[in-house]
Design a protein around this ligand. Structure first.
Ligand SMILES: [Zn+2]
Length: 72
């Protein structure tokens, strides 16, 4: 069980949402949590994805690649 305030990567758990199917192909339901990403966006993530660190942010991290200065 995850409690509000716990953090997983860039995500901070805001509240428990409820039991939901994690995807259209999955047959079983899992606990979903509303999480706030470091960037301020909120997403719903299921418990296994948080616990096993499958989802660590809202998807914004790929846009946050370290860009090195090109100036010589
Ligand atoms: Zn984000």
């Amino acid at each position: 069980m995850i409690s509000a305030g716990e953090t997983f990567g860039d995500l901070k758990v805001v509240e428990y949402v409820g039991q939901k199917k994690s995807s259209s192909i999955s047959k079983h339901e899992s606990s979903h949590y509303l999480c706030e990403c470091d960037c301020g966006k909120t997403i719903e993530v299921n418990e296994p994805s948080l616990v096993y660190k499958i989802v660590k942010n809202c998807g914004c991290s790929k846009f946050r690649k370290r860009t090195r200065s090109k100036s010589k």
